[in-house]
Design a protein around this ligand. Structure first.
Ligand SMILES: [Zn+2]
Length: 286
């Protein structure tokens, strides 16, 4: 399904870019606040379960309170809250206390803008663009949260998986058969690796969030893409891990989040997977 607006793809991409920058600023809020909200919920549930008095707390949600500087708590004025431009205008420092503003903000905003530009340029105003953006933004948020918190919240991975199955009811990306098998195989493959690793070494190599994320990726693009996603993410993950140990003197016992590598490999497979597979199979003249 595609809506024709009669404007050129480049004009559409420019509009997409601006729209994406705005969404990016919302994604930043989700990345920072969803974990705070979840931890608050868990603490409340735990105290309730243990029969302890609830502790007084400041409710934090995606919507409240309004944006503040994390260093000096000054409210951020609307004119200093314009995606990307405010960061450049303020030269990356808080207007009130001059503390550096996290580089995460402009990076997420820019990525969100470029993603929207890319999808509407390629697919116009269509269900492909819509699904592609929801998929990409979910991966972006998961990456941000996993980097900060070593956590891939069920609140994102599970709806992402269901939405992938829904999108493929009429075969938007792959057949429903491939999608269902993809979700199952995605989960069970990492689950098997996890338990094998745990039985052999007694250590936990990854988290259940990783299985759910791979299940979601399988639901979106079918089981055929899973080997490529696993190969790509583990290869890049291992390289980054080794670089961290060699260059930054990182302790090799220190866990690194696997989610960002899965998410990045998943995105590459989503956008270029068919071409990569065709090229790879072409090498062997199948
Ligand atoms: Zn400040």
């Amino acid at each position: 399904m595609e809506i024709e607006l009669g404007i050129s793809p480049s004009a559409l991409a420019a509009i997409g870019l601006l729209f994406g920058l705005l969404i990016g600023s919302f994604l930043n809020v989700v990345i920072l606040r969803l974990p705070v909200q979840l931890k608050g919920d868990w603490r409340r549930d735990s105290r309730d379960f243990l029969g302890l008095e609830p502790e007084p707390h400041e409710p934090v949600s995606i919507a409240k309170p309004a944006s503040r500087c994390p260093a000096c708590h000054a409210a951020i004025k609307p004119q200093h809250n314009i995606p990307l431009f405010s960061f450049l205008l303020l030269r990356g420092r808080c207007k009130s206390c001059a503390e550096p503003i996290s580089i995460q903000y402009p990076i997420v905003e820019l990525l969100a803008g470029l993603l929207a530009a890319y999808f509407v340029y390629q697919y116009g105003i269509s269900s492909q663009s819509f699904y592609g953006l929801v998929f990409s933004y979910s991966l972006l948020v998961l990456t941000g949260i996993d980097l900060h918190e070593k956590l891939l919240p069920d609140q994102i991975t599970l709806p992402l998986m269901w939405l992938g199955l829904f999108a493929n009811l009429d075969g938007t990306f792959v057949s429903l058969n491939d999608a269902v098998i993809g979700a199952i195989a995605g989960y069970l493959s990492l689950w098997t690796v996890f338990w094998a690793f745990k039985l052999i070494t007694g250590k936990e190599g990854m988290g259940y969030g990783d299985f759910k994320l791979l299940a979601a990726l399988g639901a979106w693009m079918g089981w055929q893409m899973l080997p490529m996603i696993i190969l790509l993410s583990t290869a890049v993950g291992a390289l980054v891990g080794i670089a961290g140990i060699v260059l930054a003197g990182r302790n090799k016992e220190m866990p690194i989040a696997f989610g960002p590598f899965l998410a990045a490999a998943g995105w590459v497979a989503f956008v270029w997977g068919d071409k990569i597979l065709a090229g790879y199979l072409g090498l062997f003249n199948f």
